[in-house]
Write a protein that binds this ligand. Structure first.
Ligand SMILES: [Zn+2]
Length: 196
């Protein structure tokens, strides 16, 4: 086994991973991916999750943002094998999220959907038109996708819940709940649709 690096740098506050394995901290100018490969070998040394089933044990799918501060497993007390975790910028219900949820429900038995957006999101208050116009000027092609920026995370969760209810491709809509995660307190705040 290669000894994990412990020379500080990019991640000085965390020395162990979720399973207690040693984590190499990458120096700011180091090769981050090489460091992650070292981490992987250390994690494999203490790996105990072999043999888990393909279908999520809690019949749960979580849709959330890619934000680097959100450790979904820790936030929700989930363990490997218990839920599908779908992440993108903002935790937006896109066609690809619907694709994944459709497979999750119909092929792997999930029945519950938990939406989790958050405070201080990178999509908050970005001017979509200007953002896309800037890209078009730079690369010559106008993005054909929506950035899905928003002004209020609670409204954005409502929007996502409504998109799920409107999708014809989801088999199970009886347990859909949405939340805003506070990145400063780690608490979830539930968002409800006014008419439900
Ligand atoms: Zn975000």
């Amino acid at each position: 086994m290669t000894a994990p690096r412990t020379d500080g740098g990019a991640r000085p506050r965390e020395a162990t991973g979720p399973a207690g394995e040693a984590i190499a901290s990458a120096p700011a100018d180091g090769d981050v991916i090489e460091d992650l490969l070292i981490n992987n070998r250390a994690a494999a040394e203490v790996f105990t999750n072999s043999g888990l089933g393909l279908a999520p044990a809690r019949e749960l799918a979580v849709v959330t943002c890619m934000d680097s501060r959100m450790d979904v497993f820790r936030i929700l007390g989930l363990r490997n094998g218990e839920a599908h975790i779908l992440r993108n910028a903002g935790g937006v219900i896109t066609d690809d999220v619907i694709r994944s949820l459709c497979l999750s429900q119909r092929a792997m038995g999930t029945r519950r959907i938990l939406l989790m957006h958050h405070t201080d999101c990178g999509l908050h208050d970005i001017a979509e038109y200007e953002f896309k116009a800037l890209i078009e000027r730079e690369v010559g092609v106008k993005p054909w996708w929506a950035l899905e920026s928003f002004k209020d995370p609670f409204d954005d969760v409502r929007q996502s819940i409504q998109r799920l209810y409107m999708s014809p491709f989801l088999a199970h809509k009886e347990s859909i709940r949405g939340f805003v995660y506070d990145v400063d307190t780690s608490l979830l705040h539930e968002v409800r649709l006014s008419h439900r």
